[in-house]
Design a protein around this ligand. Structure first.
Ligand SMILES: Nc1ncnc2c1ncn2[C@@H]1O[C@H](COP(=O)(O)OP(=O)(O)O)[C@@H](O)[C@H]1O
Ligand SMILES: [Mg+2]
Length: 233
């Protein structure tokens, strides 16, 4: 579904942040990336989405090589990326946020928006509310809904539960599981590593821009070394 191999990328003249990181996601999977702060996890998602230029490596989506395509090209190839921050327009309504997310494919917009309202009724109730008035969990649902407006084949989520209460985080994990049951593969970065690995088919540990470990989510969640380093023992 997605193969991102040997990615090398960074910001301007600074030392490279990604030093050969590789991730893959098969159809139907939930895959979680964990690792220390500053390891390059967000940079990895941005590099996959075409928001950071690659100096090395390759990205394929459904077997199509998109390495030379920009973010819009990768979106058209089926990838949707929900950034960690600034992922909704606060001064626009819920409905307007969903509409602008459809800019690259306006035909059929209303039908796709209504499907998102059916999936997330709270967004339908709040369709006229400004996005900045939503709770953290509702805002994340809106950001995911905006990603879904492009009818992606693959969804990338950067720390979807960041800043949420434990209850809201659990609800969001439930929403992620539910979305995945539709067949949509999901690749996410999470700080709530244990909870995220437990709902993931597979996980990757990224340290200083390289793969440090990989395995089944449930195995990583009980690995003593991983627990000691990343999961608080
Ligand atoms: N826009 C940017 N410009 C320059 N350096 C950046 C930028 N974004 C991130 N970095 C640096 O890249 C490194 C990796 O950041 P990031 O990918 O956000 O890590 P993580 O998501 O794993 O915490 C950090 O040292 C960070 O300071
Ligand atoms: Mg990050």
């Amino acid at each position: 579904m997605l193969e991102a191999k040997g990615l090398i990328a960074g910001y301007g003249a600074a030392e490279e942040i990604l030093k050969g990181a590789t991730v893959e996601i098969q159809s139907g999977e939930i895959v979680t990336i964990i690792g220390p702060n500053g390891a390059g996890k967000s940079t990895l998602l941005k590099a996959i989405a075409g928001l950071v230029p690659l100096k090395g490596g390759s990205v394929t989506i459904s077997g199509v090589d998109v390495t030379r395509q920009d973010a819009l090209g990768r979106s058209k190839a089926g990838l949707a990326f929900v950034m960690q921050e600034k992922n909704v327009f606060g001064t626009m309504s819920v409905a307007e946020n969903l509409e602008v997310a459809s800019f690259s494919n306006p035909s059929g917009m209303a039908g796709r928006r209504d499907a998102i309202y059916a999936r997330y009724p709270v967004l339908a109730e709040k369709r006229k509310a400004l996005a900045r008035t939503l709770s953290g969990g509702q805002r994340q649902l809106l950001a995911m809904g905006m990603g879904l407006m492009t009818e992606p084949k693959l969804l990338l989520l950067d720390e979807p539960t960041a800043g949420l209460s434990p209850k809201a985080a659990n609800e969001l994990f439930d929403a992620i599981i539910e979305l995945n049951t539709t067949g949509l593969p999901i690749l996410m970065v999470e700080q709530h590593a244990l909870e995220a690995l437990q709902i993931s088919t597979r996980g990757y540990v990224i340290v200083t821009g390289r793969n440090a470990a990989t395995g089944a989510g449930k195995d990583l969640a009980v690995d003593p070394e991983i627990r000691r380093l990343f999961l608080g023992g």
